[in-house]
Design a protein around this ligand. Structure first.
Ligand SMILES: [Zn+2]
Length: 68
């Protein structure tokens, strides 16, 4: 198990560079908080967002809503 959880937060208006699919789902991924992290006030969830193409599986990392 990876210790990360992800959820879909929307649909992007961009196209997949590999296969041209339109409207890629946007996911937010973050570390699952458990164990000592539950009582650690400095814990950070390290959120990441990315688009993933449902057709070919290509991932595009996002930063402030833009591909990096
Ligand atoms: Zn694709």
């Amino acid at each position: 198990m990876s210790g990360r959880t992800r959820r879909q937060i929307g649909i992007s208006e961009t196209n997949c560079d590999i296969c041209g699919t339109r409207g890629l789902p946007v996911f937010e991924s973050r570390i699952t908080r458990r164990g000592l992290a539950l009582i650690n006030p400095w814990w950070h969830q390290h959120r990441r967002t990315y688009e993933q193409c449902p057709a070919c599986g290509m991932k595009y990392r996002l930063k402030a809503g833009r591909r990096v």
